[in-house]
Design a protein around this ligand. Structure first.
Ligand code: GLU
Length: 419
């Protein structure tokens, strides 16, 4: 088991975290059987005519883990390391995540094993449309609603929305969230994950008496979640001393100019070589002396082999699954306060829910309205998880899982079993 996890099987981690929380809750075995595993798994072949005229076959997935509390919800990931097990893990985490923030969705996830950085826009469009038509029987505004994830964005969602709508014969914006505003997207959705991470960091700092405007921060991963979290922390007066992306890490003990760094990343595609910074290694970034460490890239970043080096007081999981259970145990022993992924990064799916509600009503909200509602949802969820942590004397991750799993368990008990 441990070797499997050391190799980084995210689904093993998802199952282990489920069992730990279910044991702590003394959850009934029949209920466990009903809610632990994905309800539906679809694997599809996605043949695409590449720009060179040849056909390349990609493998795609859509996993619906749960529809107990509402339609399945979750992003679509394009990445060379996408596997069925990874998608199953991410779908499972979506179920508990939606339940933790108490929005009426179940969990799903999709993915295509591909290298989007080496594909043209037209190739990406053809791949997205073919994948959409392959998963068409599963998705829809009332059953399963995709959204952006790693290396997908509002343009990807626009292609999915168009393909789905053309097939049905009329426009159906509610089939995806994270769309462009002009197609029925919500204001505030693009920055929602980072904004949600920021709100939970505010709560954690308050709880631990760490003044945020004097805090030092290291951010691993500078995509949508990482860069917006860094930006909001920087605006709140925190000093972001290190940032990394897949090409390298930059460090400045006086703090990096985050708006400038975002500007450079948009222009050049990387953070390396940022003026007035020095390069450090990925291992050095994770081991920096700082108040807040934000892993904002992929799963399995902090493990048994590097967790003891962490010196941060708070870890805010902007990514899904960045810590494995071995790392959790080490960090718990060191007294590090972990804001677990299913709470920390739930801002994205929360504003996805707001977007879906707006689409259903054909009535759109102002940005401030979205931010205020998001802040309320995130801070309420933080308080509720913290209460379980304190009442049951368990780590934050187990507390968040107990809250989420408990809500799904209650719903399944009420619905009972069909037939
Ligand atoms: N991909 C995001 C996540 O992992 C957002 C999912 C959504 O909005 O449906 O939470």
């Amino acid at each position: 088991m441990i070797t499997e996890i050391a190799k980084g099987n995210a689904y093993d981690v998802a199952l282990e975290n489920f069992d730990t929380a279910a044991d702590a809750m003394e959850l009934d075995n029949d209920i466990r059987e009903m809610i632990k595993y994905p309800e539906r798994v679809l694997m599809v072949t996605v043949p695409v005519r590449m720009d060179n005229g040849h056909i390349h076959r990609f493998e795609g997935y859509r996993v619906q883990h749960s529809m107990v509390r509402g339609p399945a919800k979750g992003g679509i990931r394009y990445h060379p390391q996408v596997t069925l097990d990874e998608v199953k893990a991410l779908a499972t985490w979506m179920t508990w995540k939606c339940a933790v923030v108490n929005i009426p969705f179940g969990g799903a996830k999709g993915g295509i094993t591909c290298d989007p950085k080496h594909m043209s826009l037209r190739e990406l469009e053809r791949m997205t449309r073919r994948y959409t038509s392959a998963i068409l029987p599963l998705i829809g505004p009332e059953r399963d609603i995709p959204a952006p994830d790693v290396y997908t964005n509002s343009q990807t969602m626009a292609w999915i929305m168009d393909t789905y709508s053309m097939t049905k014969g009329y426009p159906i914006p509610g089939v995806v969230t994270g769309k462009p505003i002009s197609l029925g997207g919500s204001l505030g959705r693009n920055e929602a994950t980072g904004r949600g991470v920021f709100y939970t960091i505010q709560c954690a700092c308050e709880h631990l008496n760490i003044p945020l405007d004097h805090a030092t921060v290291a951010v691993q991963g500078f995509g949508n979640a990482g860069s917006i979290t860094a930006q909001l922390l920087h605006s709140a007066g925190a000093k972001v001393i290190a940032v990394s992306d897949s090409t390298g890490c930059v460090y400045s003990k006086n703090g990096l100019d985050i708006p400038e760094l975002i500007h450079m990343k948009a222009l050049c595609g990387h953070v390396q070589g940022f003026p007035e910074s020095e390069p450090i290694s990925a291992a050095e970034l994770l081991a920096l002396k700082c108040d807040i460490l934000v892993p904002a890239a992929l799963e399995n970043t902090i493990r048994a082999d590097n967790a003891s080096a962490v010196k941060a007081k708070i870890i805010a999981e902007a990514a899904n699954g960045p810590l494995n259970p071995a790392a959790d145990r080490i960090l718990e022993g060191k007294g590090v306060f972990v804001i677990p992924d299913i709470l920390c990064n739930a801002g994205g799916v929360t504003v996805s829910y707001f977007e879906w509600v707006q689409d259903e009503q054909h009535l759109f909200w102002e940005a401030q309205d979205v931010y205020d509602r998001l802040e309320r949802v995130m801070k309420t969820a933080f308080r509720e998880v913290l209460k379980v942590q304190q009442d049951r004397k368990v780590p934050m991750r187990i507390a968040a899982n107990m809250l989420g799993i408990g809500r799904v368990a209650e719903a399944v008990q009420l619905r009972s079993i069909y037939p």
